[in-house]
Every structure is written in structure tokens, then in C-alpha cells.
Design a protein around this ligand. Structure first.
Ligand code: TLP
Length: 352
């Protein structure tokens, strides 16, 4: 029985076209700027996002950290949504490495508006830490892949700029957002000072993310990438897969979204699961299991015994993510397994 892995869209394997391109990639020492495939990937990313420059980084976490380091000074504050990846899942690197503080606020569906941001901006007093940066996340992972209305994101950027702040976008899944909105990634990100996006999530590449922005910003990020130990050598073997992901994968994301919708509708029909399928607009499905008599980790464990993998995001919430290695049949296997798990008697420990 094959495993249905819905833990994340990071679990995909490179396609045969990616593997062939990796094997054939022209490479050079990227620390000398001499890897032609990396240079091509960076130029293409800059072109797609209509920016001056781009930098290939090993992970989304490093891309976000480089942006935060680029736009802040030690002791500054960074405004972000409470459940933002930069706040919860990056080992507090903005504090531990960049020396800045997150200032967070919960936002409905994870969508920060200027009305939520403005009160968080610190006064200009010499003993107050000073706000330097706002970061938005699109799609918003922990709110179930929600998408920023472009007008809201642009309003935040414009008003933040007027207030002397920079705005960075954690666009790990920005191509999913673009597909959901029917717009280009350049169109929905043009007002941001910097954008990080991942090749290794919905786009299906094995490794890598890109940071895009102005020449000056990328020049500084390039220096700091080396400082953080991210100077890579013949890394064109990875960039080659990334180029294919960038060119070929966005057009397939609509299938992941349709599969997520199918999954959401199936889950919502199972007694005990609380989920509004109308809120699922990309490839992430998060649902509540409070009334099933089980916790989220217990459900994940019981599903894993049936070879369906997913993750607990909270005591009573479960995340399932669709991706290019998961077809409709796999989703149906997951739905049947969930129905079976919930039809079985709840474990004694959960019945308390
Ligand atoms: N997200 C991973 C986990 O870390 C939770 C996942 O499985 O979804 N920004 C966002 C919005 C992300 O979702 C992630 C990874 C990152 C940044 C970091 O990317 P990597 O893993 O490449 O450092």
C-alpha cells in the first residue's frame, strides 16, 4: 500500500525532467558568481517578478532572514501576523540572529490590514525600540493557505512606505496566490520592497528559494548569505531543477487547488470535522477536530497507521496539503481513511 503524504507540499520528489536537467546542468563556482545555471535562474526570477535582481538561497527561512537583516538594524521591531511563519517557525532567527523583535497581532484569516498594523508602530522616542519593517505572508500557511486581496496588500505597502517603513513579503507560496487570483506574481507583489518565494513547495523543486528586489538590496543579501554560511559552489545542479519548476510548475497548481477543494468538501461531510470548504482557496486544508473525542496528534497517529500522513498544527487542528505528487485517487484514500478512523471508537485517553 502506498503512502498518501499530505504533511506538506515540501515532500514532492523531483520530476524526471528535473533529474535530467540536474544531470546535464552546466555548473561553475557560484561563490565566484561563475555558475551559469544559477545566474540564469536568478535572471529569470528577476524577470518574472519584474525586479532588478534575485538571489538563490537554500531555504525560505534564509531568504526571510536575509530580508529582515537587510531592512532593519539591531533593536528594531518587525510587525507580522501572530501565526506568521517568520514568527513561529524560524527558530526566532529574527531575534537570535538579526537582533530584532517581532511585534505581532492576530488577523482574521491571517490577512493584516493597515488598521491592524498602524497601532503597532512605535513612537519615535529614543528609549523605544523602533518599527522598521512589516512582513506579510501570502498565501498564509497557518490560516489555511488564505490569499491577500491585492488591494489590501497594496494599501499596506503604500501606507507603510508613507510611514517610513519597508514591507517584505514571505511569498513561499506566492504562485499559489497568483493562480487563485488569476493574476501574475509580478502584479500582486509589485509594491513590496522584497519578496521571498520557494521553489521547493508547490513548484516541486527539491531545494531552493529566491529573494527578489533592487540591485542594492540583493547586493547586501548576497554578502549576508555568505556570512550565514550560504555561499554555495557548483549549485547549478539545484538551480537546473529550480528553472524547470519556475517555468513549468505554476500552470499545474490549479490541480492542487482543485484537489484541496475536493478534500475539503469530503472532510466537511465527515461528522465531527469542522471546516468551511469555501475558505479553502489554494492547496492547504486546515480543520478542527475538537468534537471527535480525539486530539489532532491522535488523529494524525491513527491516520499514519493507515498510511495517510498529515500534521497537527494545534491540539485540535489538523493540516493537509495537496501537491503535484498527490492525485485525486490519493485524496480519496485519505478521505476513506479519515472516515474509518472517526467511525472507530475513540481511544480511551481522548474520551476524558
Ligand atoms: N513551511 C513548512 C514548515 O516549516 C511549516 C511547511 O511545511 O509548510 N514561509 C512559509 C510561509 C512557509 O510555509 C515555509 C515552510 C517557509 C517560509 C520556510 O521555508 P523553508 O522550509 O524552505 O525554510
Amino acid at each position: 500500500m502506498t503512502i498518501v503524504d499530505l504533511r506538506s507540499d515540501t515532500v514532492t520528489r523531483p520530476t524526471s525532467a528535473m533529474r535530467a536537467a540536474m544531470a546535464a546542468a552546466e555548473v561553475g563556482d557560484d561563490v565566484y558568481g561563475e555558475d551559469p545555471t544559477v545566474n540564469r535562474l536568478q535572471a529569470r526570477a528577476a524577470e518574472i517578478f519584474q525586479r532588478e535582481a534575485a538571489l538563490f538561497v537554500p531555504t525560505g527561512c534564509m531568504g526571510n532572514l536575509l530580508a529582515i537583516m537587510g531592512w532593519t538594524q539591531r533593536s528594531n521591531e518587525v510587525i507580522c501576523e501572530q501565526r506568521a511563519h517568520v514568527n513561529l517557525y524560524e527558530l526566532a532567527s529574527m531575534s537570535a540572529v538579526a537582533g530584532v523583535m517581532p511585534r505581532t497581532v492576530p488577523a482574521p484569516s491571517g490577512i493584516l490590514t493597515w488598521e491592524l498594523i498602524e497601532p503597532l508602530i512605535r513612537e519615535t522616542i529614543y528609549y523605544d525600540s523602533q518599527t522598521a519593517l512589516v512582513t506579510l505572508e501570502n498565501t498564509h500557511n497557518m490560516h489555511g493557505g488564505t490569499v491577500y486581496p491585492t488591494a489590501v496588500a497594496e494599501d499596506v505597502c503604500e501606507r507603510a512606505h508613507a510611514a517610513g517603513l519597508r514591507v517584505h513579503l514571505d511569498g513561499a507560496r506566492i504562485f499559489n496566490a497568483a493562480v487563485a487570483l488569476g493574476k501574475s506574481v509580478a502584479d500582486i507583489t509589485r509594491k513590496f520592497d522584497s519578496v521571498m518565494f520557494c521553489l521547493s513547495k508547490g513548484l516541486g523543486a527539491p531545494v531552493g528559494s529566491l529573494l527578489v528586489g533592487s540591485h542594492d538590496f540583493i547586493k547586501q543579501a548576497h554578502i549576508r548569505r555568505k556570512m550565514l554560511g550560504g555561499g554555495m559552489r557548483q549549485v547549478g545542479v539545484l538551480a537546473a531543477a529550480g528553472l524547470i519548476a519556475l517555468e513549468e510548475s505554476p500552470k499545474h497548481l490549479v490541480l492542487d487547488h482543485e484537489n484541496a477543494q475536493h478534500l475539503a468538501q469530503g472532510l466537511a461531510a465527515i461528522k465531527g470535522i469542522a471546516l468551511d470548504p469555501a475558505r479553502v482557496v489554494t492547496n492547504i486544508v486546515i480543520f478542527e477536530v475538537r468534537t471527535t473525542g480525539r486530539t489532532a496528534p491522535e488523529i494524525c497517529e491513527q491516520l499514519a497507521a493507515k498510511k495517510v500522513l498529515c500534521s497537527a498544527t494545534d491540539q485540535y487542528s489538523v493540516r493537509m496539503v495537496t501537491h503535484c505528487d498527490m492525485d485525486r485517487a490519493g485524496i480519496d484514500v485519505a478521505l476513506a481513511a479519515m472516515a474509518q478512523v472517526l467511525a472507530e471508537k475513540a481511544p480511551a485517553a481522548a474520551a476524558r
